[in-house]
Design a protein around this ligand. Structure first.
Ligand SMILES: [Mn+2]
Length: 228
């Protein structure tokens, strides 16, 4: 009956599968995915297919929307967005679908992307891809910030947050930084679990899983490609 969170898989399907196997996910467990399934890595289609496989096999998997999913969707209707999306790793996503343009991707994938949630509250956690806009009385009304926001820790309204802990991804940080945030999690009430699966920076290049029940961390090194 454990609850796990993984973020920013970015097309790294083999790494995702390896991490799910490492935590030994069971059907009584729940897996929350914080978005950015697609782009940069080699197999974005495979990541979505694997999520669907888990769900059809009876695993509880809930999925949030990241900025890369939003950009992929908006690039269906906007050339400007399309250019940005391709620059951000959309080309690799197209390659994984074996197509040359986003409009050629099977509609069922776009429907799935369009139906993703922006945040989930579970136990005393708020799960979100990026951040919350604390300039608003109710930060849960700003879905754009949930997908895009960075550097908002200084603005957290603890009166609004109460005892809840924000779990997010979106901005790659090192394993040491994630572990350091985790040691202060009860005081600061946030953690970033994006270990830059697709990046080769010092302390990155891993996928991270955060277990809500005991706040333990499990990492798996990227096995989708060799990064020099
Ligand atoms: Mn992101």
């Amino acid at each position: 009956m454990s609850k796990y969170v993984i973020s920013d898989i970015h097309g790294c399907c083999k790494s995702f599968k390896a991490l799910v196997e490492k935590i030994d996910l069971q059907k009584q467990d729940t897996l929350y995915l914080l978005g950015d399934y697609v782009d940069r890595g080699p197999d974005s289609k495979g990541v979505i297919d694997y999520i669907w496989f888990l769900q059809s096999a009876g695993f509880e998997v809930y999925c949030l929307c990241g900025n890369h999913e939003e950009k992929m969707l908006s690039s269906c209707n906007s050339k400007v967005d399309m250019q940005e999306w391709l620059f951000w790793g959309g080309r690799q996503t197209l390659g994984s679908f074996g197509v040359n343009a986003v409009n050629e991707i099977d509609q069922k994938y776009k429907d799935w992307l369009a139906g993703l949630k922006y945040y989930i509250e579970v136990d005393n956690y708020i799960l979100v891809h990026a951040g919350l806009n604390f300039k608003l009385e109710n930060p849960l009304e700003d879905t754009k910030s949930m997908m895009w926001m960075r550097d908002y820790y200084h603005s957290i309204n603890y009166e609004w947050l109460q005892n809840r802990i924000i779990v997010h991804g979106h901005t790659p940080i090192s394993k040491l930084e994630i572990e350091s945030l985790n040691t202060k999690i009860l005081r600061d009430q946030y953690i970033n679990i994006d270990n830059g699966c697709f990046y080769s920076k010092e302390g990155q290049n891993q996928l991270c899983c955060f277990k809500l029940d005991d706040r333990s961390l499990t990492f798996h090194v990227n096995v989708d490609r060799n990064i020099s």
